[in-house]
Design a protein around this ligand. Sequence first.
Ligand code: PEP
Ligand code: MN
Length: 361
Amino acid sequence: MEQTVQQAVDIKQLLTKRPLIISGPCSAETEEQVMQTAIRLAATGKVDIMRAGIWKPRTRPGSFEGVGTKGLPWLQQARKTTGLPVAVEVATGKQVEDALHFGVDVLWIGARTTVNPFSVQDVADALKGVDVPVLIKNPINPDLELWIGAVERVAKAGIQNIGLIHRGFSSYGNTEYRNAPMWHLAIEMKRRNPGMLMINDPSHICGRRDILSAVAQKAIDLDFDGLIIESHIDPDNAWSDAKQQITPERLAEMLNGIKWRREDINSEELHAQMEKMRSQINHLDDELMQLLGQRMKVAEQIGQYKKDNNITILQTNRWNEILERAFVKGEQLGLGKEFITKYFDAVHMESINHQNKIMNS
Ligand code: PEP
Ligand code: MN
């Protein structure tokens, strides 16, 4: 009993390390593979926790669905040999019990589980009265409420150490990423849960090796607390997610190549510069708001005019003309077409609302 408490304290301390690096195979496959991965990960000196999937919730049946409970003693052994704490994905209450029975240090809830409140509740019920850190991946679909709901269920079970993993979101027809990062959702989740550990999972966002480091760098630039990256002793022959895994040595190289901006920001000089630029941004934002306010006033005048003369609000030609003008101007100013479209859509909607109010008053 005392042993368990001691371990819990250490792991809590470890989870405050920045950047926090978790790595290991998508799936535990054999005893040998687990041990060799652990040894090579530990040898890099860059990994804080080893991950391994024991139960694999695959999208389609017939794929490798994990070795199951028999893999847990392998992890226990690897942990004993290397000193690396271990993390495992759990999707049911029974899996929570099994993992804890074999001394797993950190549990995580996978994206396919976070989408289902019944499953999350089942996991949460098994966590009652247990002191173990739980990391919660974002749900597969871009729904912040589901992600928050999972956090609430786990918190209600009494778990104090909750962290978040951003692994991207499924989007039909998307080709560049396996799961679209939709960074704005992760940023909003961070904003709503200040102080909660938030790490990024480039492996499941990318689904391929060549863009892993770019995504990892972006996460660090966005002030994520760490990374969870899949690694395998023989990536090409991995039993699951072969395309996205890298060797422990390649992982170390990749981590060496990342610019850890957090450290840079400590110096006073940099801080002062940042403050100066931030105040410029605030100033410009204020001006933009003023201008938008004025723009809406003009839109209201037009609304009044249309009302007096019985003209419809939306005139498609005029709208196309505004957009075309904006694309040309935007290009000169270095503003992307996608941004221009979104921005003008939003401004246009607001304009219509203002005009509507006038015309129907
Ligand atoms: C995994 O981490 O191997 C996994 C199954 O990820 P996700 O839940 O993000 O799909
Ligand atoms: Mn995987």
